[in-house]
Design a protein around this ligand. Structure first.
Ligand code: CU
Length: 302
């Protein structure tokens, strides 16, 4: 066991906070189940025996750290990078529980990209999150033959960020592009929950151990318990036992995260933090055939 500091496992009342902020508990948020994603992955994971270890298969989350133009920049800060552009069909959408969101990735020739390498069992990973880091959704749209991706998203009023993480086959490495999306209506900003190493979702307590240290790769160990009992049979999800996305507080920079090892009850990740600051970590896991997301705020040190 490494010498990670285990902070107090005070469960956050995220559901209550977000439920209040959004006026409804039915939206797919940081702490809600994601039935659509669960369905997608139930199919994708059928017969998949993802087990034990996964190393270095994370091209989609790979080179973006430097691709944005400097060693200190996380990915996803730019709408256009390395010749590729994230082209939202609409830069403003109405609020709603299932609002169609369409976009394309345009290549260096200006044409929509239609050929992608599969990374983590998907051709494209879409993260949609409000700028106050509520409403997080990690989705896997289906592409149309013309290169248009469309999926339903749950949107509350406010300023949103759309992040697309994909590896165009012609490019050979991953790009993460981000675009702003405005959602009309009266927005009620939700304060960032204070740093904590645990979060609750649907009766599960997700504990995130590890210290993020600026300038180097840090190990994060995620465990899940239910009613105080460790869950040791997490189901495969996206090729391992869980998926982690780290977004920097303040600019929603998308950090390089890759799984290094996983068992049925513990998932280890390596996280690269370019600079000190707060980050919001979103852990997707599948249990009982439902994908849920837990989120914690982690403060990195320099
Ligand atoms: Cu994904």
């Amino acid at each position: 066991m490494r010498t990670a500091t285990r902070l107090t496992a005070t469960a956050l009342g995220l559901a209550a906070v977000l439920g209040a902020g959004w006026g409804t508990g039915a939206l797919v948020g940081p702490v809600g189940p994601a039935p659509a994603a669960a369905e997608e992955h139930a199919a994708a994971d059928a017969g998949h025996a993802a087990d034990a270890e996964e190393h270095g298969t994370d091209a989609g989350h790979g080179e973006e750290g430097t691709a944005a133009g400097g060693h200190d920049l996380p990915a996803g800060l730019a709408v256009s990078a390395e010749g590729y552009t994230l082209d939202l069909a609409d830069d403003a959408l109405p609020a709603g529980d299932a609002v169609p969101l369409s976009f394309r990735l345009l290549g260096p020739d200006g044409a929509p990209v239609t050929a992608y390498d599969t990374v983590h069992e998907q051709d494209l990973h879409l993260v949609v999150v409000r700028r106050d880091l509520t409403g997080y959704q990690h989705l896997h749209p289906a592409p149309a033959p013309d290169g248009t991706w469309t999926t339903d998203v749950a949107l509350a009023p406010g300023s949103w960020r759309v992040l697309a993480d994909a590896t165009p086959t012609a490019h050979g490495s991953g790009v993460v592009l981000g675009a702003d999306l405005a959602v009309g209506g009266a927005a009620e900003p939700v304060p960032l929950p204070p740093p904590s190493h645990a979060a609750e979702v649907d009766g599960y307590t997700v504990t995130v151990e590890g210290d993020l240290v600026a300038g180097r790769e840090s190990e994060v160990v995620v465990t899940v318990a239910r009613d105080g009992v460790p869950v040791t049979d997490l189901q495969p999800y996206l090729g391992t036992r869980g998926h982690l996305v780290a977004l920097r507080v303040g600019d929603l920079g998308y950090l390089h995260v890759h799984p290094t090892a996983a068992t049925g009850g513990e998932v280890r990740f390596a996280v690269e933090v370019p600079a000190a600051g707060d980050h919001r970590l979103f852990f997707d896991f599948r249990h009982g055939d439902v994908v849920r997301t837990a989120a914690v705020t982690v403060r990195s040190t320099s």
